[in-house]
Ligand binder design. Structure first.
Ligand code: AVJ
Length: 322
């Protein structure tokens, strides 16, 4: 085997773990939270009293169902409903039920980075709503977008819910929106959730719950390195730390080493040294306001048509067009 072949065999996970843990300051991408354990922990997060995001978007779907569907397909010409980062599809089911009920002509294409999540959702929909044509796909946002353009010639309504875009820095969010722009034809729609700026304490609490589920979720990336790359992280020697900057609207998650230590990652032949209180940055969860969303959207060549908000104005879904 030559070195080029060998490189191909190195997974993104291996490559990025190596890059992130040898960098200064250290970082790991939040996309690696989501294995089977991580999916389960995220389910628990969505049910936490502190994690308002899911309930707020659920409320929007429940109170504005007809308006939202009307905005998707006013002319009833039929469309493909494509959901990026579908997860368990709990919120989307509210819409799917009503789309069926009102006899809209549509296919549902859920896409997620977690194979586990997509398989579960497709199976579940087969049982609960057998009439819907569902085509699940597994992949990362950026790679999926390249496939999206050629996926069908019907009108597309692309959904990115849960403020999933909040994991991207503004510059990457614009790249992502530009890619969506390229995948869209005029008249196609994008329906996107953006968590809004609010009382800083409320944001901090959402990402630092009392029961420690978020801490376990954050540490799951270390557990994954132990499992998949034969590492020996001692999870008790790290603590979860959350910050929120009300000016930028950026919530950040870290894992902080409680002591000076060295960790082996055998499959990478890597030793990682930590000074006491050294951090690994693991996630950003961006909070927005209308001006910022408008800027991101217009910077990408798209425009906002309409917004839907919960009663508290904690969270907004934006209907966007090319
Ligand atoms: C799924 C990316 C929207 O950032 O709010 C929840 C993930 N991280 N608690 C978020 C998450 C910690 C979540 N997103």
């Amino acid at each position: 085997m030559n070195s080029k072949d060998q490189k191909v065999l190195v997974s993104t996970f291996e490559k990025e773990v190596c890059e992130g843990l040898t960098a200064f300051p250290k970082y790991l991408s939040s996309k690696f939270f989501y294995d089977e354990v991580g999916d389960e922990l995220f389910q628990q997060i969505m049910a936490l009293p502190e994690y308002y995001l899911t309930r707020a978007e659920y409320e929007i779907f429940e109170t504005h169902t007809s308006d939202i569907l009307q905005s998707f397909d006013a002319t009833k010409q039929g469309f493909d409903l494509i959901e990026l980062g579908a997860g368990d599809g709990k919120k989307t089911k509210v819409l799917l039920k009503e789309l069926l009920h009102q006899k809209y002509d549509f296919n549902y294409k859920p896409i997620d980075i977690s194979e586990n999540a997509v398989d579960g959702l497709v199976k579940n929909l087969k049982e609960e709503m057998p009439k819907i044509v569902v085509q699940g796909q597994i992949g990362e946002y950026f790679e999926i977008l390249d496939r999206l353009k050629h996926m069908s010639d019907r009108k597309k309504v692309i959904m990115v819910l849960g403020s999933n875009i909040g994991n991207l820095l503004h510059s990457r969010a614009i790249q992502f929106l530009k890619k969506l722009y390229n995948a869209m034809h005029p008249g196609d729609l994008l329906f996107m959730g953006f968590d809004q700026k609010k009382h800083p304490q409320k944001v901090l609490d959402a990402y630092n719950d009392k029961t420690g589920v978020t801490a376990a979720f954050n540490k799951n990336v270390l557990a994954r390195i132990n499992k998949e790359l034969d590492g020996n992280f001692d999870l008790d020697k790290f603590m979860h730390w959350e910050t929120y900057d009300p000016e930028s609207g950026t919530a950040k998650s870290y894992l902080v080493s409680k002591e000076k230590q060295t960790v082996d990652i055998n499959n990478l032949s890597l030793q990682v040294h930590f000074e006491a209180w050294e951090s690994i940055h693991t996630e950003i969860s961006q909070k927005y306001d209308d001006d910022t969303v408008k800027w991101l959207v217009e910077e990408s060549g798209l425009s906002i048509v309409q917004t839907f908000s919960d009663q508290n104005n904690d969270y907004k879904d934006y209907l966007i067009t090319k």
